[in-house]
Design a protein around this ligand. Sequence first.
Ligand code: SAH
Ligand code: SF4
Ligand code: F3S
Length: 474
Amino acid sequence: MLLSDHSYDDYSAATPFLIALCLRAGLFCYIIIFTMKKFYVIKTFGCQMNVHESEKIAGIAEELGYFVTEDDSNADLIVFNTCCIRDTAEKKILGNIGDVKVLKKKKPSLIVAVVGCMTQQNGAAEELKKKFPFVNIVLGTSNLSELSSAIIAIENRQKKRYDHILNETMPTIDETIPVKRTSGTNAWVNIMYGCNNFCTYCIVPYVRGRERSRDFSVILDEVKSLLDEGYKEITLLGQNVDSYAYENKRFVNILEEIAKLPGKFRLRFMTSHPKDFNSAVIDVIRSCDNICNNVHLPIQSGSDRILKLMNRHYDRARYMEVLNEIKQKLPHCGITTDIMVGFPTETEEDFLDTMSLVREARFSNAFTFVYSPRRGTVAAAMEQLSPAVKKDRITRLVDLQNSITKELSLEYIGRTEEVLVEDLNPKKPGFVCGRTESGRLVNFPGVEADIGAFKQVKITTSRSAALWGETYGE
Ligand code: SAH
Ligand code: SF4
Ligand code: F3S
């Protein structure tokens, strides 16, 4: 725009004033919007199921106009997505909920919700009510969709407290909950919910109900749209993926159909149960390049006596048979496991069976746990071992597995592995991290723009489980 001398003078005189006015108005609007903006924090505990469920909680919160924050003191809504698999998990969560009391005192409008497995245990909702009267919302594992109406009811002061636990063992699968994905290059996809196995130590069947498989076509459509959105890795979730059953479709059918989808991506799944994991699954992994050579196959114990008491429906021989078939057909497959020590009545001899199995199996990695009695489970009523015995056994087991993981890491040195870049290395500037197909974490030089890319990385060093390498030819 051309300005005459006169208008130019007027303009220049008015400019600082106008700018100041705009800035003030802008600042004012910003303050209004900022103070009106509502923030949420989700505190997630437990397994990948819960991690994914927290993405649904985030979807609900954002649909209601909340924005995510890392700062608890800034939050208007705090949701605890809980786990009760072990006593340690539960104690930690109870401590964390207790800490929120101070925030609630400072900001009475703060909405505090407790959802997830812990609430679903017998009498837990009542206990939470007594212990934490400041909590506003308590929901069970199968009525998370009520979170939206519960928050609205509390916001509008129609209710002070919204508690609802559904005790159905076969709750319907709700496909309408919005999902706000937070997992970067990987997208979690539930293929089934619940568990029918009733391992005698485990609370999951009681708090997650019976097995329900999702509609095959709904799963496929979800995966297709995730790949269209640019996700490079899909991880199928279920407590026991091998028992997926929807009409005439089984787990292998899901793997085959997803693997056929176009584009470069990786397919993973967890968890497999040794009683159901079979040759058909191994063969599909072998024949499809995009299904990762990575299997999580929990053993729990190496003692047949204990496996029987655990109600696992396999013995050591069957487990080793499956494991050897995997190793033979998929030579570079990463095999991880879960192992528990201190199950009721476990003798030193039983424990030594576990140690010998670990030596024989040579797992890439193992998640090791100290047995902890869970209320209402069969094993909780059995004779318990002393904490000192459990502590001694877990230390020996962890030491053994660490040394095996370390040895297996050395085998990677000199190999070139395809790595999907997941993130910047949080501790080492100029480095990124990602996983090999077998599930090993690799660190190597890279930048933010590499996230989501597949890189050929030559492994040069290993530090226990983690590998370090360099890219070349770029
Ligand atoms: N569905 C999966 C695992 C679910 S829970 C499976 O069947 O393998 C994850 C792991 O937690 C289990 O594999 C088991 O090793 C451990 N766990 C379950 N209940 C436990 C308890 N009461 N005490 C200690 N560890 C337990
Ligand atoms: Fe728990 Fe056993 Fe079911 Fe796994 S299979 S969730 S350990 S009951
Ligand atoms: Fe915990 Fe529930 Fe998962 S008890 S391990 S969050 S299914």
